[in-house]
Design a protein around this ligand. Structure first.
Ligand SMILES: O=C(O)CCC(=O)C(=O)O
Length: 380
């Protein structure tokens, strides 16, 4: 483009005669050239809102292209200059660079998990959990506990009188007047397990038993581990009806480390992992359990504590596309069976019938782990 030079015009002085006859000569002054901005001053640019800054950083961490980010911002009404500036300058920011270093470590660990998962998929028992009548203490320790592998023991509840005794009538007759706690109004809150405290209800055990018997299929009420039923003085008699698997568990530590689960058909314990190893013994009714190995954690969208927001019975793949990679192992736990839920394994549990289970964490082997995150929300 050719430069346009300003045209210079020199006019003679202007002679004016005032009312009193005085002559005045006015000189024309040269005017300084106008700058473009003084002709059309631009309004000051408002800064990019923090929400968008966070969005840009999060998407750069997900390795989205700069062009895609700019296009999306512009489509959403962000000024194109501002969008380009933010997206291209971010990588020079020291805070961003530090976060990238942390992310690289995290991605390395995710790669290791995914490689372990790929390798495990080559094994013959990747899609199933073995059912074995009995294992010696050493076999269990060697092949399952130390290997972080689940197993179902089918023959170790033979001495449990509870299998015969624990009918609703028996429980009502012997423990009906005990004041117990349950989780209630769960249907009103999709996060009922995370908001555990808000759903705690106190009632007579007899009333709860009547409710369960009449309820049919529902997830609204459930007596869960965190209701501490077996910690109650009045409930200690229940221990006489169980044998605390002396091969693997320490009977001296049973109180405080044994948990009672009792509910109608349809109770659901959402997808979560525990922070320790657990035995879940099924006394009555069947439960569907979906098990997902810890190596698949990168596909789980773990958001709060030990929980995943995904409903494995009906996953929303649009919202959680990585969940398509998940290979869960579905088992039905029958009365008289005990499943070993290894620490870190994700699981979802649905009662197919009115159900009673007992869970244990008092293993004879070390069962204490240092979880950096999550630590605050526990569930067992
Ligand atoms: O039986 C249930 O509903 C849940 C059991 C469970 O998830 C656990 O013990 O961690």
């Amino acid at each position: 483009m050719t430069d346009i030079q300003p045209l210079k015009i020199t006019l003679p002085p202007l002679q004016i005669t005032l009312n009193d006859g005085q002559q005045v000569s006015l000189q024309w002054l040269p005017q300084s050239p106008l700058t473009e901005s003084s002709q059309h001053p631009e309004p000051p640019q408002p800064p990019l809102p923090d929400g968008w800054k966070k969005w840009v950083a999060a998407n750069k961490f997900l390795h989205q292209s700069d062009d895609a980010l700019i296009e999306c911002m512009v489509k959403n009404g962000i000024d194109v200059k501002l969008a380009i500036e933010e997206v291209t300058n971010l990588a020079n920011q020291p805070y961003f660079q530090a976060a990238e270093e942390v992310l690289q470590k995290l991605e390395k660990l995710e790669s290791i998990l995914q490689i372990k998962n790929q390798l495990a998929a080559l094994g013959s028992n990747y899609h199933s959990i073995p059912r074995i009548p009995f294992l010696s203490k050493d076999e269990f320790l060697d092949q399952y506990y130390s290997q972080n592998k689940p197993v179902i023991l089918t023959g170790i509840m033979k001495n449990w009188e509870a299998m015969e005794l624990w009918t609703p009538d028996y429980l009502k007759e012997n423990y009906g007047n005990v004041s117990i706690q349950v989780q209630g109004n769960r249907n009103s809150d999709p996060n009922y397990e995370i908001n555990l405290e808000q759903h705690r209800k106190t009632m007579l055990f007899a009333d709860y038993i009547d409710w369960v018997v009449r309820a049919g299929e529902t997830n609204d009420y459930y007596m869960v581990a965190n209701n501490n039923t077996l910690n109650r003085e009045e409930m200690q008699g229940l221990f006489q009806d169980m044998e605390v698997f002396p091969e693997y568990l320490d009977p001296a530590q049973k109180v405080g480390k044994t948990f009672f689960w009792f509910g109608s058909a349809g109770t659901v314990t959402p997808l979560h992992h525990d922070t320790i190893n657990i035995f879940l013994a099924q006394v009555s009714g069947r439960k569907l359990i979906k098990m997902i190995s810890p190596e698949q954690t990168p596909f789980i969208y773990n958001n709060i504590g030990v929980f995943s927001p995904i409903d494995p019975a009906n996953p929303d793949y649009n919202r959680y596309p990585l969940y398509r990679n998940i290979r869960s192992i579905d088992v039905i736990l029958h009365p008289g069976e005990v499943i070993f839920l290894p620490v870190g394994w994700w699981h979802y549990v649905k009662a197919l019938e009115m159900s009673i289970s007992v869970s244990f964490i008092n293993f004879k082997f070390p069962n204490d782990y240092d979880w950096k995150n999550p630590s605050s929300v526990n569930s067992y």
